[in-house]
Design a binder for this molecule. Structure first.
Ligand code: GLV
Ligand code: GLV
Length: 325
């Protein structure tokens, strides 16, 4: 019997690849770059499983190209790149990589928050350029983090992990979510606020929602207008949650103090003007990028493929309704 065929759209860490090579006939995009749409539509044909990245749009056209996929395993926790409703309609399981990147992503939200508030990147540039000529009373003044108010938008696993860290900084913790979670909130001393109130009260607003039709441009010009002039916006969720053009305008006019961004509305492109601003710290979507976590994500993605191809329910399926035992 020939082995099932798996298509991996870009090399992922060995922790996952070796599990796949042991069992399957694996085809990996040979280039160290995002696969093109043409390559995706061509190479998905005839495969039993697709292991893809958040850089690929997996929609009806892909399912038309290969109506026989037994799983789409996304190498990410977010899966807004996949038309899950379409997959579900066709009975195709979709999986993600939850849990393993929760703390890692929360750490990075903090890295951006600290870097923005304490001007770490500007300080690095300043020092390297040889402009540090001695201690100065007014050099690169930022804002305190400790004892300030942090507003967490989206109080899922990552939002809660951010709250846990905020406790160490003795911050006042506010959260907004579509669900109020009094039990969970108590653990972190977090108080629920409607979004507008959270924006008005917070010194740091950090986004941890998934991207869907309700969260698209959740932070728009109006929302930015509610923030305090000394407040910072941190986004490690998905770019389109923020109206990036409106954010550039708010930062340029110093209507908020700054921002820390790991994700962008039209990734990898940046909104015009963003990169010229000093009051924003920007990173290339690396919040989950540690050796440990990317390895664990690879293993989970591979385990989902293996389960589906061996007729078991994928452990982190996001559309369990398609799975009939
Ligand atoms: C990264 O952005 C992910 O969703 O895993
Ligand atoms: C998703 O929100 C996660 O924390 O894995």
């Amino acid at each position: 019997m020939s082995k099932p065929k798996v298509y991996v759209t870009r090399q992922i860490p060995d922790e996952g690849m070796k599990l796949l090579y042991e069992k399957f006939d694996v085809y990996v995009n040979p280039h160290d770059r995002v696969v093109t749409r043409e390559e995706l539509l061509r190479d998905v044909k005839g495969k039993d499983a697709l292991l893809c990245l958040l850089t690929e749009t997996i929609d009806a056209e892909v399912f038309e190209a290969n109506p026989n996929l037994k799983i789409v395993a996304n190498y990410a926790v977010g899966y807004n790149n996949i038309d899950v409703a379409e997959a579900t309609k066709r009975g195709i399981p979709v999986s993600n990589t939850p849990g393993v990147l929760t703390d890692t992503t929360a750490d990075f939200a903090w890295a951006l928050l600290m870097a923005a508030a304490r001007r770490v990147v500007e300080g690095d540039k300043f020092t390297r350029e040889g402009r540090f000529v001695g201690w100065a009373p007014m050099l690169l003044l930022g804002h305190d983090v400790h004892h300030k108010t942090i507003g967490i938008v989206g109080f899922g696993r990552i939002g809660q992990a951010v709250a846990k860290r905020a406790m160490g900084f003795e911050m006042k913790i506010l959260y907004y979510d579509v669900n109020q979670m009094p039990e969970v909130a108590r653990q972190y001393n977090a108080e629920y606020r409607e979004l507008d109130d959270l924006l008005r009260e917070s010194d740091f607003v950090t986004l941890h929602v998934d991207l869907n039709e309700h969260t698209h441009h959740l932070i728009d010009e109006r929302a930015l207008g509610l923030m305090k002039p000394n407040a910072y916006l941190i986004n490690t969720a998905r770019g389109p949650v923020v109206d990036e053009a409106a954010l550039v305008k708010a930062l340029r006019e110093n209507r908020i103090a700054g921002a820390g961004l790991d994700v962008f509305e039209d990734e990898p492109a940046l909104a015009p003007g963003l990169a010229e601003l000093d009051n924003v710290v920007i990173a290339p979507h690396i919040a989950s990028a540690t050796k440990e976590t990317r390895g664990a994500m690879a293993r989970i993605a591979a385990e989902n493929v293996i389960a589906a191809l061996e007729g078991r329910k994928p452990p982190t399926i996001v559309n369990p309704e398609v799975w009939k035992d």
